[in-house]
Design a protein around this ligand. Structure first.
Ligand code: F6P
Length: 385
């Protein structure tokens, strides 16, 4: 335990997501009421590197609860320990440790503690400051819901809502035309968005990175649905999903980013294969950043408010190096190094996976025929025609 800080800095790092402003509002209002000064650092750690810091008062955070994005701006490239400062003539990125600039900024503004809103990358970026004795409190965000130590990140439920609406919408057009409709969602190497939206949107096929799939099984599902008179097949695919023995589909590479691989394109590939190998016409939609934009859903506003209040509460208790977390249905906190374990992915026996399978959804790793045959034998009138 350290002493209670009087002046705190707050930043939002990594990719944005709905709910960041709800947390900023909650942290700031709670801190101001408790007699602390709050300073907002612009564009994540870039603002510390470039000395861009401004005071946050009540008026600055009033009315922002339902705003998407972040009023402070963010950057998913600014890791002070390994910061891209340029490129050599032959295109190699020049990396430098610019942590000293950040310490200068912290000193100039008299910041005695930091609240960092971000994912695993942001928590890792905060380590040198925690190690130097500056209390740091992390607040986990990301639409991907893949941060270790917390069962839920804010932003996730908003992204699932967008993806579910997209699935609902493609359902009707798929039915009209008798097509297979594929919706590709984000999530990096984790399938949480695809899994939850797939269940909520009634997808017949859910493809996630944790369960490699075979195209044959996807085609069999389409064939089976056609054979029982269903006009459409809805497929929800995570951008990180890949075929058994294959590789993830990369949309772009950004060598200046700590996360250089940008995934995307698997949905179009599957559509192409379905067109080529079946009688059914397929179309693909990639949702992309639509999932990250716009207002947070009510649950993310509530979670963000709870998280922000707890972050300030931890600082007022003199705590340091903790990350706020959602565990067992309540807000708590864990050591800030816990997210460093890597991405929290979907266990293949997760109850959501099992529940989806029990509703005839395939993950492309199996033919649901066995299940269907069993159901036919068991059902009072037979579940299938
Ligand atoms: O981590 C959030 C996320 O939206 C991922 O789902 C996606 O793979 C990535 O960020 C996209 O990054 P960028 O905004 O840099 O294109």
């Amino acid at each position: 335990m350290t002493s209670i800080p009087r002046r705190i800095g707050v930043l939002t790092g990594g990719g944005d997501c709905p709910g960041l402003n709800a947390v900023l509002r909650s942290v700031t209002k709670h801190a101001i009421q408790s007699g602390l000064d709050v300073h907002g650092i612009e564009d994540g750690f870039l603002g510390l590197i470039e000395n861009r810091v401004r005071e946050l008062r009540y008026d600055d955070v009033s009315g922002i609860l339902k705003l998407g994005g972040t009023i402070l701006g963010t950057s998913n490239k600014a890791n002070p320990s390994r910061f891209a400062t340029g490129q050599t003539e032959d295109g190699k990125v020049i990396w430098e440790d610019v942590t000293a600039n950040c310490f200068d900024t912290i000193e100039e503004h008299g910041l005695e503690a930091l609240v960092v809103l971000g994912g695993d990358g942001t928590m890792a970026c905060a380590q040198p400051f925690a190690a130097a004795g500056i209390p740091v409190i992390g607040v986990p965000k990301t639409i991907d819901n893949d941060v270790h130590g917390t069962e839920l990140t804010f932003g996730f439920q908003s992204a699932v809502e967008v993806a579910t609406e997209a699935l609902d919408r493609v359902h009707t057009t798929a039915e009209s035309h008798g097509r297979a409709l594929i919706v590709e969602v984000m999530g990096r190497n984790a399938g949480w968005i695809a899994l939850h939206a797939g269940i909520a949107g009634g997808a017949d096929v859910v493809l996630i990175p944790e369960i490699p799939f075979k195209l044959e099984h996807v085609l069999e599902q389409i064939e089976w649905r056609t054979s029982i008179g269903r006009r459409s097949t809805i497929i929800c695919v995570a951008e990180g999903a890949c075929m058994e023995g294959g590789e993830q589909v990369v949309h772009a590479l950004d060598p200046t980013s700590p996360d250089p691989v940008k995934l995307g394109g698997i949905g179009e590939q599957i559509a192409h294969e379905i067109d080529a190998r079946s009688e059914v016409e397929a179309r693909a939609v990639t949702l992309g950043h639509v999932q990250r934009g716009g207002s947070p859903v009510a649950d993310d506003r509530v979670l963000g408010t709870l998280f922000g209040a707890h972050a300030t509460h931890l600082l007022l208790e003199g705590a340091s190096n903790r990350m706020v977390a959602w565990r067992g249905g309540a807000v708590g906190d864990v050591d800030i190094t816990v997210p460093g374990q890597g991405q929290r992915t979907v266990p293949i026996d997760d109850p959501h996976v099992l529940a989806a399978r029990s509703c005839y959804t395939t993950f492309g790793d199996d033919v649901p025929r066995k299940l269907r045959e069993e159901a036919r034998g068991r059902g009072p009138r037979g579940l299938l025609r």
